[in-house]
Design a protein around this ligand. Structure first.
Ligand code: SF4
Length: 487
């Protein structure tokens, strides 16, 4: 049994059983699994530079027997540093990212892409330590190596400063008893004929979203009690355990906030809610020409450009639909940086040019775009004054939805643009696009840095342009719906 299988089983016995016996029910959860794994591999490789000169015990394609054999050989040969060192004990298999010989002992390092020590990282390390101890490996110290988000890249990257080393041996030793206690149950699950009876619960999303939710949650309708806005998980499952699924089934005396009551009423009646006076007041603050803007960013875990930090959001693309006066045809402008060099100088120069000095600038979730602008002003002080003027013009198109001045039943309790757009403009959607969300756009831009095929580069750039264009076209449509509501 691998560490992943054990931890899956600890999250939910049914998850372990399904993974083993019915993996066809699995789906890619939030769709970001591939990116997380790619980033994890990149960080893992980079962390090795903190301990250069080691030998790799992993096998390609993955073969646990081969990895165990190679690890044993490298240890017997007196190797000082082993990457992906593999061990087994009592039917359990674990590999350690970096193992360093220190006299008669070994120091183990588990590399994590996060920026702090999370509870489930300790569970990972506890399992590895359990196997290493069982395999009679004298572990003197155990560390988590995680990204230090305060690190700022100077001219030359420094892997030692990019990672923080946190000793965790004292924290994982007390977890050994629990692993020993859980193991027999886990092992018996793998051989069990029948699926364990486990109902859905908060464990379906913690510590990781379970990839079997499509299977286990298939009896939950949409919309459901789980879509009620600002309601804690504990309260939602209290309703669920009392046998309720639909919002219309919520008892009249169940405590709901005003916003929740408004949502439930809209869902049950199928009628949107509008606070016409507040909407009109907000719409009247907008000044033409309107600029509906959207930025796309990427976040390299390992900083690429001097002065940047790990996971810093770096804008590389914008789309702007400009509406000169009420009812006029929007004019579209966009920018997409060349992959490779720091995209921000060209991005900000072009952005300032397109935005000019008049009219409101509408962003969907103002904090995001303003946050990026402030960072550019900090890192490129020559633009500070112009950026401050731009920021003073930015208005949040999300505000009417966040403040509940307008609610349509299809929004399912969310004010994110991905929920608002299909509810307000059902004909406009992202499904037909090769790049359909910000995460995919970020990954595609990072990929561009490595692609050499000209045709593929052009296709990816076109896909990125199409995606970002749709974002601001959607904002134009959303604004028109709000105008229509108030007529
Ligand atoms: S969706 Fe929930 S109940 Fe189903 S396997 Fe996953 S964690 Fe268990």
């Amino acid at each position: 049994m691998s560490k992943t299988a054990f931890l899956n089983g600890r999250q939910c016995p049914k998850r372990l059983w399904l993974q083993w016996n019915a993996p066809e029910h699995k789906e890619d959860g939030d769709g970001q699994g591939g990116d997380r794994m790619r980033k994890g591999r990149e960080i893992g490789r980079y962390a090795r530079e903190c301990f250069p000169g080691g030998r790799d015990a992993s096998s390609e394609p993955f073969d646990p027997v081969d990895s165990l054999r190679r690890t044993r050989e490298l240890m017997d040969d007196g190797e000082q540093v082993i990457y992906e060192a593999a061990f087994s004990y009592n039917g359990l298999f674990a590999s350690v990212d970096i193992l360093v010989r220190k006299g008669a002992h070994w120091h183990a390092y588990e590399v994590k892409s996060g920026t702090s020590v999370k509870e489930h990282y300790l569970s990972d390390c506890a399992f590895q330590y359990f196997v290493l101890r069982g395999a009679k490996i004298p572990v003197g110290k155990f560390f988590i190596l995680h990204i230090d988000n305060q690190y700022v890249l100077e001219e030359k990257a420094d892997p030692v400063r990019l990672f923080q080393r946190v000793p965790v041996l004292k924290r994982i030793q007390p977890l050994q008893g629990e692993i020993a206690r859980l193991l027999p149950r886990m092992k018996s699950l793998l051989d069990a004929e029948d699926i364990p009876e486990v109902d859905i619960g908060p464990h379906c999303r913690t510590p990781y979203p379970c990839p079997f939710t499509g299977h286990c949650w298939s009896h939950v309708p949409s919309p459901s009690i789980f879509d009620v806005m600002h309601m804690g998980s504990e309260k939602k499952f209290r309703l669920y355990r009392s046998g309720l699924l639909r919002q219309e089934e919520i008892p009249a005396d169940f405590p709901l906030s005003d916003a929740q009551k408004m949502q439930v009423h809209a869902t049950v009646s199928g009628m949107p809610y509008a606070d016409h006076a507040r909407l009109r007041e907000w719409l009247d603050t907008l000044q033409y020409p309107l600029h509906l803007v959207d930025f796309e960013c990427f976040q390299p875990a390992i900083p690429r450009y001097p002065g940047t930090r790990p996971y810093q959001q770096l804008p590389f693309q914008f789309s702007i639909h400009q509406v000169d006066k009420a009812g006029s045809q929007p004019l579209h402008r966009s920018f997409l940086a060349e992959a490779g060099p720091d995209p921000r100088p060209a991005f900000i120069a072009e952005l300032l040019l397109v935005l000019g000095d008049k009219g409101s600038i509408l962003a969907y979730n103002r904090d995001f775009e303003v946050g990026r602008l402030k960072e550019i002003a900090r890192d490129f002080p020559e633009h500070r004054e112009a950026i401050q003027l731009v920021i003073s013009r930015v208005v949040d198109l999300m505000l009417p939805f966040e403040k509940k001045w307008y609610y349509a039943p299809g929004m399912q309790g969310s004010h994110s643009i991905k929920s608002v757009l299909p509810a307000l403009v059902p004909g406009l959607h992202y499904e037909a696009l090769a790049i359909a969300d910000g995460q995919a756009a970020s990954e595609a831009f990072e990929e561009l840095i490595h692609i050499t095929d000209e045709a593929l580069i052009q296709k990816t750039r076109n896909d990125l342009l199409a995606y970002c264009t749709l974002d601001t076209a959607a904002m134009v449509e959303i604004l028109q719906v709000l105008e229509k509501v108030c007529r």
